[in-house]
Design a protein. Sequence first.
Length: 286
Amino acid sequence: MSKRDLRQASNLLAGSAAEELVNRKVRQVQSGKVLLHNLILPYPYEKQDSLDSNQIDHLVIASSGIFCIETKARSTSAGKYNALTDYDELADQVAKHKESIKYVLNKSNNPIIIALLKRVNIDQLIRNIVVFVSRTEKDFILEKTERYQKVGIEVAQLADLQSLFVQAKANFGLYDEEISAIENELTDYNVLSNEKVYSTNVLLFDDSHLSQQAINEQLYHANQVIKHINHINKLLDKYLTEARKWQKQYKHYRYWRKFYQQVRHFTNTDRYYEKHCIKKDIFDEI
């Protein structure tokens, strides 16, 4: 397993744990809200007739709006993290979240949703939130978030989620029947319910049985596995280095063995010739 594979495994494990932490936090403040996670919706690319798909980590439907939550686990330095590091990747990613929801709701034939979109600006209804979770520290400071805010992306930590759900940015509120209608519309379009599709095998956390302690234990064991794999990789590297040395020495051995065999062959030939000549001389004398 290469260092790149180790980093990828570590990132996937940390990402799954971070999503579970956000999932648990949202459930704590879920009263009156609908939570959908790992939601896959169609994404319409411009100037193309076909649809692609877009996955949303967590989606919360509350009276204050629709919240698309993208979770990122990051390593902090000295209790700080520069959010600008991920801007290019995240800005494009969360923009697709919003466009996917707009696509589904705008195509709805449900009269409740049709009336809702006439009453509320859809761009104000849908809010993009990026939640940064530290891989090593509980408390840290997010720096350089201004660029996100300029394009309407809210940046937060776990502790900020509850306050974000309380108040709508615009002066509106969703009724219970509107929340239910949005939920039904989005889940009808969901390609796969409550599971993720990866191109590689990934460890996923079962949130129904995990406590905070269990999450920490899972992360600890995952890190231990990665350390052991790294140690095994070093041993294998040492073994391969030694094996290459032995292979080189074996080639030298075969070369000199062949050389000595040829020398011995020539020596034996000369001795045979000498004996043959002696016998020939005897016959000549007779």
